[in-house]
Write a protein that binds this ligand. Structure first.
Ligand code: GLC
Ligand code: GLC
Length: 808
């Protein structure tokens, strides 16, 4: 069942009913100010860091779901309603929400009044702007009262939800004209405040939640709205809110516009005050004046549209499959932008409190983002690398505001270092910017201890080599890519974190996944070393990769698939000898991507085992059989009920590894089949089962062992976005930048008989037309009228246009 439709022209998903199977959200803002907004206006916003600079309070895991954040209320005579449906849930005559690229438009109508809220975070601003348009579609004049509502978070979102003995006494606001200032803690160490204003005179305001809503009322029955009179309350302690009251008369057939601005303002420390005790409001006034009328909003919207058109113009697919086009051209890269910005910090499943930027996560997010804005990818790489330790290991996470490694989670995830090589290689392939390798980058943010970025990569690579176990395979440490394979944890005590507890420290537990990742990474690492003139290092890297390949084939092969790991005791994990967890997806994907077993048929065997044992209609599950009980020697993986998360859920992140592996062995049809099983646009028709947004990937879909098979969770912030982009754009459609040229080598099977890709890369434009006749073993290319050998198209000079004809 569908709950809306794609508007491909407008690049929007149009939601036709407020009763979606779960709140369907969007992200506004791509730079420093971010908003999460659901189709009924729920959500919150923050400046840079969802934990430390949160503007709006939001209650996760609430019932009813998704109340809070922002709202509008309309009083039309005695009728009180909320045009975004929540929180009053009135009967609406019409409802529509359009989530677009950085914009969300929610429209509701009732009794001849239509209210449209158009939200965006304009480029270059640290503010969420909402243009409210009210129209009177009835035959009689309307005299409406409109109430805005936001609830402020006292900045530190963790403290805000836990430290009530303090924060019930700290809240402060100021009101000037139509502008409400949230100034909690400004008196002491903060030099930032929030501002919430509207471009029209107001009939009154409220800033105290208890006064506005009533202590025993819900947001669906705010006292002030029910009585119709603002109280001009001033919050002092307790819960500061922002609410304007507007009195609006509209003649039949007419409309009125209002512009609301909710912004973050930071003053220089020595310019905090206008006079002693008086907050410096100048920057806020300037911000408000930039959005004092509708035309300014229109201009900001146009700028944002141009921005997205230009970003998405980097890779444009035209194919006969409209669902494929909308994934590749719009929604998948859009999600990649969001994961690049948020890593795993703030979604409707990630609270924005617990996790900062992940080392491995952010490196992988780069893969789907780097072609959009390479300069930002460059800065991100330098930030990430600065959280590496000098022995090559790395902080697992860092805080976006401070860019410092997060001590709570620390280090010891032994796959982390290698992802830096993967991220850097992707950046250089896209840009040709080898100079980045010579940038001086600190270890652990210590300016006194720096080395070139290449040296960081060298230490990453050698960290793996210095940490090999009894079978010559890499030690797993706290976990590898699979956060829940905690082979040194041995926890019998509730509340011990699986990832950071090591009750037994042995150098025995090994990961076949990291082994495959090492081989995969080694070829890029060696090529980069060659480019830097480090020929010996390049040769050595290739030799290490060859021995690792042998170690995998000797100790990491189980007969029909690749093993997953050796546990602390040296027992096999992911073997036919095991009772549960006999086969895991990760090493099948990564080892084959790395080329292990491609010559001797093992790769094909492993992938056939995936097809037989792990593939389901909703995607490929992580392992089988699911663990039916807790295994102290395995850790968190066995803590989940069968079919959820890492215990045999469809953990979508690793599905594209298998897709890429299938293209590697020439089975594009299978790759594309797997692709369609999890690509959200193909799941639109089963939204009632899938439940999360049909325009973005979710981290997990419940597997075949689960009670709720097919139900997705953790939408938006997942490495699934980047890897599926790589799988489809680079490997199935087959257009990918390499160090020495643009590879054009499609492997997508007969279902897509022909297509064209326009790819901008390094300043040139490649117009690629593919006839997917599947007649040849290797695709044949004609470049600007001349047939070439192989599938690598040399990079053209910036400004050039290159025509490529490809026949498969
Ligand atoms: C989560 C984490 C990621 C991890 C994966 C598998 O998505 O963000 O780092 O690799 O789970 O456990
Ligand atoms: C939990 C989740 C896992 C995630 C990890 C990140 O273990 O189950 O999916 O990757 O937390 O810390």
């Amino acid at each position: 069942m569908r709950f809306g439709h794609f508007d491909d022209e407008a690049r929007e998903y149009v939601i036709a009913t407020p009763r979606t199977p779960y709140p369907w959200i969007n992200y506004l803002g791509t730079e420093e100010f971010f908003s999460l907004i659901s189709h009924t206006g729920g959500g919150y916003c923050f400046y840079r860091d969802a934990r430390f600079r949160r503007l709006l309070r939001y209650r996760y895991n609430n019932s009813p779901t998704d109340v809070g954040g922002r709202a509008f209320y309309i009083r039309d005579g005695d009728d009180v309603w909320s045009p975004a449906w929540m929180p009053i849930k009135p009967k609406l005559d019409s409802f529509e929400c359009r989530h677009g690229l950085g914009t969300t438009k929610i429209r509701g109508s009732r009794n001849g009044v239509t209210a449209e809220m158009f939200y965006l975070v304009p480029l270059g601003e640290t503010a969420e702007v909402c243009r409210l348009t009210l129209t009177n579609d009835s035959k009689t004049p309307k005299a409406l009262k409109v109430f805005s509502f936001v609830e402020f978070c006292l900045w530190n979102a963790w403290d805000d939800q836990t430290n009530f003995q303090r924060n019930f006494s700290t809240g402060e606001v100021e009101v000037e004209g139509s502008t409400i200032y949230h100034v909690t803690e400004y008196r002491e160490r903060r030099n930032h405040y929030a501002v919430f204003g509207v471009n029209a005179p107001i009939a009154g305001f409220d800033t105290d939640r208890e006064t506005f809503i009533g202590l025993y009322n819900g947001l669906h029955e705010p006292e002030v709205v029910l009585t119709g009179s603002p109280r001009n309350s001033t919050a002092s302690g307790w819960a500061p809110i922002g609410s304007h009251c507007l009195e609006v008369s509209i003649a039949p057939g007419e409309g009125r516009d209002f512009v609301f601005v909710l912004g973050y303002v930071e003053n220089p420390v020595d310019d905090k005050w206008e006079k002693p005790g008086e907050v410096n409001k100048e920057p806020a006034r300037a911000l408000m004046s930039r959005f004092s009328d509708s035309a300014q909003v229109e201009a900001a919207v146009a700028k944002l549209r141009d921005y997205w058109s230009s970003l998405l113009g980097t890779y444009v697919l035209e194919s006969p499959d409209e669902r494929l086009n909308r994934m590749v051209n719009t929604w998948n890269p859009y999600q990649c932008m969001v994961t690049f910005n948020q890593s795993r910090s703030a979604s409707y499943f990630e609270s924005g409190i617990g996790r900062g930027m992940g080392f491995r996560d952010s490196n992988q997010d780069l893969l789907g983002f780097v072609h959009l804005i390479p300069e930002r990818a460059r800065q991100r790489i330098l930030d990430i690398a600065a959280t590496q330790f000098s022995d090559g290991s790395a902080y697992h996470q860092y805080q976006p505001l401070t860019k410092r490694g997060n001590h709570d989670i620390g280090s010891g995830f032994n796959d982390d270092p290698l992802w830096l090589i993967v991220g850097v290689a992707a950046y250089i392939k896209e840009t040709g910017d080898f100079e980045i390798l010579s940038e001086e980058v600190p270890f652990d943010n210590d300016e006194a201890n720096t080395a070139s970025l290449f040296e960081h990569l060298r230490r990453s690579f050698h960290f793996t080599l210095e940490n090999l176990g009894p079978h010559g395979l890499p030690l797993i440490g706290r976990a590898d890519w699979n956060d829940c394979l905690n082979l040194n944890c041995f926890s019998e005590t509730p509340d011990e974190p699986y990832q950071t507890t090591a009750n037994r420290e042995g150098r025995t537990a090994e990961s076949v996944f990291i082994a495959g990742q090492f081989v995969y990474t080694a070829s890029d690492y060696a090529a980069l070393a060659d480019h830097m003139g480090f020929t010996e290092e390049a040769t050595a890297a290739r030799e290490h990769a060859a021995s690792m390949k042998e170690a995998i084939l000797e100790h990491g092969w189980d007969g029909d698939w690749f093993l997953r790991a050796y546990d602390f005791f040296g027992h096999k994990v992911g073997s036919h000898e095991c009772e549960d967890g006999q086969i895991f997806i990760e090493p099948q994907g990564f080892c084959v991507m790395a080329g292990v077993g491609v010559e001797d048929g093992k790769a094909l065997r492993a992938l056939d085992s995936v097809a037989e044992r792990l593939a389901t209609p909703y995607g490929i599950v992580l392992n089988q059989p699911a663990y039916s009980g807790y295994h102290v020697e395995l850790g968190e993986i066995s803590s989940y009920p069968p079919g959820y998360k890492e215990n045999a859920g469809i953990f979508c992140h690793n599905n594209p590894w298998v897709m890429i592996a299938e293209t590697r062995v020439g089975r594009g049809d299978r790759a594309f089949d797997y692709y369609k099983r999890i690509a959200p646009a193909y799941l639109e028709e089963i939204s009632e089962i899938h439940r999360t947004e049909p325009y973005v990937y979710s981290q997990m879909v419940a597997g075949r062992d689960a009670v709720r098979e097919g139900e997705a969770k953790n939408s938006w912030l997942t490495g699934t976005a980047a890897w599926n982009y790589v799988a489809i754009a680079h490997h199935m459609l087959g257009v990918r930048p390499e160090l020495d040229g643009l590879r054009v080598s499609p492997r997508i099977g007969a279902e897509v008989p022909s297509f064209s890709v326009t790819r901008k890369c390094r300043g040139a434009v490649y117009r690629i037309r593919v006839v997917n006749s599947l007649a040849h073993d290797e695709p044949r290319l004609v470049v600007d009228g001349t047939a070439i050998e192989g599938t690598l198209v040399s990079y053209a000079a910036a400004g050039a246009t290159v025509d490529v004809e490809c026949e498969t």
